[in-house]
Write a protein of this length. Structure first.
Ligand code: NI
Length: 400
């Protein structure tokens, strides 16, 4: 048995006591998911639950999402905890008893778990207010899934004012329940979502010489852009350019005059994230010009590279180790997936850790964004306890 302090024993006890309520919160939220920037009912529900805990909320001039605070009796540092609140346009296929009732929308990234964890953290920290030598602000952030994302408007509305450290979590279906994953420094990729609209001149399929074929030109553009990855960036510096959608054309016998490409660029370095979009534009323009077509590039949204602060991670490591054992902490690999939590980390110290939710016995082993995504709800306990302990500890360390 680990040597736990009285405070840690209390944290574990209160986190266990809140678990059944957290499962209720999570299942309710899971049944009523809403897509990015449309989290109206989710926001209403969360606010009503927060008000039951006699806390005030601030909407920060935003239609969805809000913040709330636990103000300690002692004047001291302010730290923040963030959860995202949006779901995805996916038709759920889990057959769970509490499966989504909003057809075609699903919490397939676990943001329902994040919300239930943070509601639990709020309730436990309220009981432990006497241990808080400062204050905690909770950010319920909309639109994580859709760049430009909900973090930037929240920051512009002042949610980080006076915040000295921020904590975030993300469930991980590749990590067993009971484990957490961390990494110092660059951890997740930058995102540049962009559209290309290629315009040519339409005409008869059998008379190509009177037209500019937008489809043939688009094919050349798509092919050539992959050479940015292999020929124009440092091979040590990973870059992904993906087109997830392409549309255009009218009929078999009509040459198409307009193609719409929907793409995303991912990188792990700020330099590559600045340079690659410029290269995409240069190459697309040059090919289109050579073929007599034109192209317009529109940036739809950007997330920076996510860089975790080592001091914040160390607080999470120490507390998790002490509560549950160091052997349950894993060093996570870098990924090119993006996350707008990165925007907060550009402004203040902080870190996002991964919460293991994998449990093969209950089929909780499908990847994020799968229509069969299932999580192990027992993970709520581990997430809640470590955030509560880390927040209390962070405030103490920042006070020194
Ligand atoms: Ni997510």
């Amino acid at each position: 048995m680990m040597a736990q302090t009285e405070l840690e024993k209390k944290i574990l006890k209160y986190s266990s006591e809140i678990l059944s309520q957290q499962i209720k919160w999570r299942r309710y939220l899971h049944q009523y998911p809403e897509i990015s920037n449309e989290e109206f009912e989710t926001t209403k529900y969360l606010i009503s639950e927060i008000k039951k805990l006699s806390l005030k909320v601030k909407t920060n001039n935003q239609p969805t999402g809000f913040t709330t605070e636990i103000i300690g009796d002692v004047k001291g540092p302010l730290v923040a905890v963030r959860t995202d609140i949006d779901a995805l346009p996916i038709l759920e296929q889990t057959n769970l008893a509490f499966q989504s009732k909003n057809k075609g929308c699903m919490h397939a990234c676990g943001h329902d778990m994040h919300m239930a964890t943070i509601l639990g953290v709020v309730s436990v920290l309220r009981k432990l207010k006497s241990e808080l030598n400062g204050s905690v602000r909770f950010l319920f952030q909309p639109s994580e899934e859709m760049p430009p994302g909900g973090a930037i408007p929240m920051i512009e509305n002042g949610v980080l004012d006076s915040v000295q450290m921020i904590f975030g979590l993300h469930v991980d279906p590749h990590l067993k329940t009971g484990k957490i994953g961390l990494r110092d420094g660059v951890t997740m990729g930058s995102v540049t979502d962009f559209d290309l609209v290629i315009r040519g001149r339409a005409g008869h399929a059998a008379r190509p010489h009177h037209t500019v074929d937008a489809i043939a030109t688009a094919a050349e553009v798509i092919e050539s852009l992959q050479k940015i990855v292999s020929r124009e960036v440092d091979p040590i510096d990973p870059v992904v350019i993906t087109f997830g959608q392409i549309s255009g054309g009218y009929a078999r016998n009509v040459i198409c005059d307009k193609v719409h490409l929907v793409g995303t660029i991912r990188t792990l370095s700020p330099q590559a994230s600045r340079e690659v979009p410029k290269k995409v534009k240069r190459i697309a323009q040059a090919i289109c010009k050579a073929r007599g077509a034109t192209v317009e590039m529109k940036i739809k949204g950007e997330y920076p590279v996510l860089v975790n602060d080592a001091d914040t991670n160390n607080i999470i490591r120490e507390n998790y180790g002490s509560l549950f054992g160091k052997k349950y902490i894993e060093e996570t690999a870098q990924v090119l997936g993006g996350e707008d939590f990165a925007c907060y980390l550009e402004q203040t110290k902080g870190a996002m850790f991964r919460l293991g939710v994998m449990n093969k016995k209950i089929k909780a082993d499908k990847p994020w964004h799968s229509p069969k995504f299932i999580v192990d709800e027992q993970a709520l306990h581990y997430g809640t306890a470590v955030i509560v302990a880390s927040v209390i500890d962070a405030i103490n360390k920042l006070s020194k």
